[in-house]
Design a protein around this ligand. Structure first.
Ligand SMILES: [Zn+2]
Length: 382
């Protein structure tokens, strides 16, 4: 009978925190987990996404129903190391909290999923169905890993999906989409004493962005759970000398979309507006750099109900069930599923802690989610 001790759980998490999978290098995490699974006779498969980046898929049990459990192996940069109280890649315990880059987002979640799989397999506890573990690459930079899993059919037979992203006392069953666009306006340089000799690249791009800002942020459409679409211009660059009319201006924007006003419609609006400006003499080019659709499910499922009960029991917290403005790999994984599909994001760590300096997860909650996940699988596959 295998029962991971708390020491073992901490040791494995700290090994994985020590792997600097900062938007790359997920392969080391994948190899670590592959070896860990292999120790207990669980076969897993590395699924290449690019030359250097991979997903890992492991499975226990057989037949239906198939539960998909997922998490990403990459973390965001720790930023300035000196801003951290202790080394970001050395798991450090202080006051009941486990500090380190990725403890919260989301290596605690992914380790729990892996360890639960091992115990279920090792103790022969799974009587029915399949659990498919899908660890992804590059979630923080456009979801390339989850897209690959979707394209290769790993989601085809999945009947329940949860993503172990940090959500603490909240079950998320719907989230907004995320769309990044890069805009480039080309003009013609001139001395600022004779601006009519050139074409200022800033002016049309500024007007264009303000017009779209008003169109998008002023749109009345509203999702009952997710609220309204929001758009922000986040980067604007142009010019390099105060007395020169700039020949180039670039901007990047991020849009958080809803099903009622989706990525395709936004992209179309940017393109058609650009062509109107371009007919009037501007030269604005629109490039889509990332497009993740929103995920909208009803949240009405046996899985969500059971997770809520288990959350209350093991975390000793009131669990709320709602929508979120953030995105997850579910944007890609659920591409052809409808609103009735049982989906949730539920995992150790607080959403607000993600990407922060001195990132941490509460040790007790890290352990509690192990029990929640295990009981959830046993409850759904009984
Ligand atoms: Zn995350």
């Amino acid at each position: 009978m295998k029962q991971f001790t708390e020491e073992e759980k901490i040791k494995i998490l700290s090994d994985i925190i020590a792997i600097k999978s900062i938007n790359e290098n997920e392969i080391e995490v994948a190899n670590y987990l592959k070896n860990l699974f292999a120790e207990y006779g669980i076969e897993s498969k590395i699924v290449p996404v690019t030359d250097t980046r991979v997903n890992l898929v492991a499975e226990i049990g057989s037949g239906s129903p198939v539960i998909g459990v997922s998490g990403h192996m990459d973390v965001v940069s720790p930023g300035e190391k000196k801003e951290w109280t202790t080394d970001p890649f050395t798991l450090t315990e202080r006051d009941g909290k486990l500090y380190g880059r990725g403890t919260n987002d989301m290596k605690a979640g992914i380790v729990n999923l892996a360890l639960v799989m091992i115990e279920l397999k090792e103790n022969n506890e799974l009587k029915n169905g399949t659990v498919r573990f899908m660890a992804t690459t590059g979630e923080e930079v456009g979801g390339a890993g989850s897209k690959k899993l979707y394209e290769e059919g790993y989601m085809n037979d999945v009947e329940y999906l949860w993503v172990a992203e940090p959500s603490h006392d909240t079950i998320i069953y719907s989230h907004k989409g995320s769309l990044n666009l890069r805009l480039m306006s080309i003009g013609e340089a001139a001395h600022s004493s004779m601006p009519d000799q050139g074409y200022n690249a800033i002016n049309p791009l500024m007007e264009y962005l303000l017009e779209l800002d008003e169109k998008l942020n002023g749109d009345d459409r509203k999702n009952e759970v997710l609220g309204k679409l929001v758009m922000s211009t986040t980067i604007f660059n142009a010019g390099n000398q105060v007395n020169s009319v700039p020949e180039k201006a670039t901007a990047e924007i991020n849009v958080r979309t809803i099903p009622e006003f989706d990525n395709d419609e936004v992209i179309d609006l940017f393109n058609t507006t650009a062509s109107i400006y371009n007919k009037a003499g501007a030269n604005i080019d629109v490039e889509v750099t990332m497009s993740l659709p929103s995920v909208f499910t009803t949240g009405q499922s046996e899985m969500v109900e059971l997770a809520k009960e288990l959350g209350k029991k093991y975390l000793d917290l009131e669990i709320s069930v709602k929508g979120s403005p953030g995105v997850t790999d579910a944007s890609n994984l659920l591409l052809d599923k409808d609103g009735n599909f049982p989906f949730m994001m539920f995992g150790p760590g607080e959403t607000k802690m993600a990407h922060k300096t001195d990132e941490y997860v509460y040790k007790d909650y890290y352990f509690a989610f192990f029990d929640i996940y295990k009981q959830l699988i046993l409850g759904l596959l009984k």
